[in-house]
Design a protein around this ligand. Structure first.
Ligand SMILES: [Zn+2]
Ligand SMILES: [Zn+2]
Length: 345
């Protein structure tokens, strides 16, 4: 497929989409775009996360609920193996086809370079791939599993601020809550993410994730343990919101499996040889975050906190100018502050 029908490529070979990013159309009264938005909302990513959640619940968790009433090492290890295996297959297949075999070359690729071409001292063993892989499987996924075990312990022991709901009595609210899961994710992620961008938290914690300026699938969960804890703790909102374990686990899975979306590095993945069938990655907003750091703390604007707080970057030239003006103003402010703190002798 000709990616230049959809975007432009600069001298360095970096590709950018023609169309700027749009926040969810209902915020701007663009009702004509709602049909497209609703289809995109479900298909394919959220339906995938729901299918994975139902498989976790039906095949693994519900038949063995009693095992989660106390801390059980064997079941914790089983959950870890399932989580790690699921991520290995999902992230790994994008990595294998698009980064190792490079089946579509650099078509639709934002950054023309592949991480393996850039060894750097900031990474363990000088390799972004190895560093990101090890941090995911030995830091972030174990933490995800422990939070999952804590959550299941709360559920099986009846711990909830207002009591657990079941689908027979509360199906309408639970259906609404299921639809709100991506919105809860965006608000939670924006808040923790903005927080760890402030110093000294950035230096201590979040810089680990940002070492990958040119992210790839393994970068998705490459985090300092404090960030991984805050990231996966999102499910714990369901101990306060009237909820049900299936909705809560959907929240957890869309966070964990969904982390790949921002880090795919390609606008579209070609699914067949000719590229007639493609999959939209929804990666651009977070790609811009990795490129410019202080923009797009949230997601794609389902709850457009970035727009409201002035940190939204839609990929356009105007947004670029706005961002630069904001950075300049920040620098000036810092300079003025420093000048005040150190008066001339
Ligand atoms: Zn990221
Ligand atoms: Zn960040």
């Amino acid at each position: 497929m000709d990616d230049l029908q959809f975007g432009t490529r600069d001298k360095r070979g970096n590709w950018a989409p023609n169309k700027p990013l749009n926040i969810a159309p209902f915020w701007e009264g663009k009702w004509g775009q709602m049909k497209h938005f609703v289809i995109d909302y479900f298909w394919p990513w959220n339906l995938f996360h729901m299918a994975v959640t139902l498989a976790y619940w039906g095949l693994l968790i519900q038949p063995n609920l009693a095992a989660f009433q106390d801390f059980n090492l064997m079941w914790t290890l089983i959950l870890y193996a399932v989580n790690a295996g699921g991520i290995f297959v999902m992230y790994g297949s994008v990595e294998l086809f698009y980064y190792v075999k490079r089946k579509q070359g650099t078509r639709f690729k934002y950054n023309a370079k592949f991480p393996s071409e850039n060894p750097s001292d900031v990474f363990w063993f000088k390799s972004q791939n190895l560093d990101n892989f090890l941090r995911s499987f030995f830091v972030a996924i174990p933490i995800w599993t422990l939070i999952q075990v804590l959550f299941l312990w709360c559920f099986t022991n009846g711990i909830h601020a207002f009591g657990w709901l079941n689908w027979q009595d509360s199906w309408l609210w639970l259906a609404v809550l299921t639809l709100l899961v991506p919105a809860i994710h965006e608000v939670h992620f924006f808040c923790i993410h903005w927080l760890i961008h402030q110093q000294p938290l950035y230096k201590w914690i979040h810089s680990v994730h940002h070492n990958s300026i040119n992210p790839s699938p393994w970068s998705s969960m490459s985090m300092h343990w404090v960030e991984a804890t805050a990231f996966h703790a999102e499910i714990l909102w369901h101990l306060l919101i009237p909820s049900n374990p299936i909705v809560a686990l959907f929240q957890m899975n869309s966070t964990a499996y969904g982390a790949i979306n921002g880090h795919i590095g390609f606008e579209k993945l070609e699914l067949d040889g000719e590229g007639a069938k493609t999959l939209d990655s929804h990666a651009y907003a977070h790609y811009l975050h990795h490129k410019y750091f202080e923009v797009n703390y949230g997601g794609e604007g389902l709850v457009p906190l970035d727009k409201w707080f002035g940190t939204w970057h839609d990929g356009s030239k105007a947004a670029d100018e706005q961002m630069k003006a904001r950075f300049r103003a920040k620098k000036e402010k810092l300079k003025a502050k420093q000048a005040k703190a150190t008066p001339a002798a």
